[in-house]
Ligand binder design. Structure first.
Ligand code: HPA
Ligand code: ZN
Length: 336
């Protein structure tokens, strides 16, 4: 199963580039930029990654991002992620970034975007990728509008707009205005909803923000009518099993609802969220949920096909990737 999953062509649709900062690179960049870190060793870092909930993770995640300062740093971060994704069979990635995490520290948004784009250009065509600009929901909507304005000169490099950070008490509807402006500027709306927050946040992500995909969305399971709607309207959910486990959303992966959503006809995908913090890249997430829920090879193929369908790729590239999956399955007959 492991070899089959690693080679299976797929896309990745829920990946925060800041969440791919491995401890090793964090130390290297800290040295390169003269930034002090609260850790003395990789072992100390790993010990700090015992998270009680989303917020306890975010506190460390935003702090660690302080080592990223120059265009070269952002390029190195993106290059390292794309290389690892290629090893996991990822043919296309739609990558979240959090401009406010960097602009609040005085880093110019152009530095951030130019770094990412140079690495993305270098990695293509082995892996193609796009950027999704995320608003931090613990900050006010006015700050999100300012972020969009700062990004305007770079919008040709940005495909979508997203919403992340602490969910509880920060419902999607607070961001109606920045989303309206972002969509008017041509960005495709997605949003994190129903990770720690209630199913109602998923409804407002759809109805108020017009989200075309919901990131996580696991709490939809509490609302059977919403599950039916997600299935009927083919709204993709970008799920992240190891993230849910490490942030105590589903500490026992055996209780994760991913397969129940699949059986209900929902377009579920598997992704890694913040792999440097949660113990695995996208292939590891496929394998972890397969083991926990006793998923089959056919389920793995379904999840890979879903990842292509749920992407924002043009229809002709989607068809090419679906054909690639068919050819891969044919050339890897199941050993019974
Ligand atoms: N949820 C919300 N914000 C985030 C996450 C997440 O899983 N990862 C990075 N920022
Ligand atoms: Zn996320």
């Amino acid at each position: 199963m492991e070899r089959f999953v690693r080679g299976l062509p797929k896309t990745e649709l829920h990946i925060h580039i800041e969440g791919t900062l491995e401890a090793r690179m964090m130390f290297d960049l800290a040295r390169r930029n003269g930034v002090a870190l609260p850790y003395g060793s990789v072992e100390e870092v790993e010990a700090a990654y015992a998270f009680a909930d989303l917020q306890s993770f975010l506190d460390i995640y935003y702090q660690s991002a302080a080592v990223l300062r120059t265009e070269e740093d952002f390029a190195d971060l993106m290059s390292a992620y794309l290389a690892r994704a290629v090893d996991d069979g990822v043919r296309h990635a739609e990558v979240f970034f959090d401009p406010q995490t960097h602009t609040e520290r005085g880093v110019d948004i152009g530095t951030v975007i130019r770094g990412f784009v140079s690495a993305q250009d270098d990695a293509a065509p082995d892996i193609t990728s796009t950027l999704i600009l995320c608003f931090l929901r613990h900050l006010p909507a006015e700050a999100a509008v300012d972020t969009l304005e700062a990004a305007r000169p770079h919008l040709r490099h940005i495909q979508g707009v997203g919403l992340d950070s602490g969910e509880k008490g920060n419902p999607p509807e607070l961001f109606a205005e920045p989303y309206r402006l972002a969509v008017e500027a041509g960005l495709i709306p997605v949003a994190h909803a129903g990770e720690e927050g209630p199913a109602g946040y998923i409804r407002s992500a759809l109805d108020v923000l017009g989200a075309r995909r919901v990131d996580h969305g696991v709490r939809a399971w509490d609302d059977p009518e919403l599950v039916e709607r997600l299935a009927r309207e083919r709204v993709p959910l970008t799920m992240c099993p190891l993230s849910n486990q490490r942030l105590q959303v589903f500490p026992d992966l055996g209780l994760h609802p991913l397969k129940r959503f699949m059986d209900a006809g929902v377009l579920v995908t598997v992704n890694s969220d913040d792999p440097a913090y949660f113990g695995g890249y996208v292939g590891d997430n496929y394998l972890a949920i397969a083991e926990a829920l006793e998923l089959t090879r056919a389920d793995m193929v379904r999840l890979a096909r879903n990842s292509v369908e749920a992407s924002f790729l043009p229809e002709d590239r989607k068809a090419t990737l679906q054909d690639e999956i068919s050819a891969y399955v044919r050339s890897h007959p199941a050993s019974l």
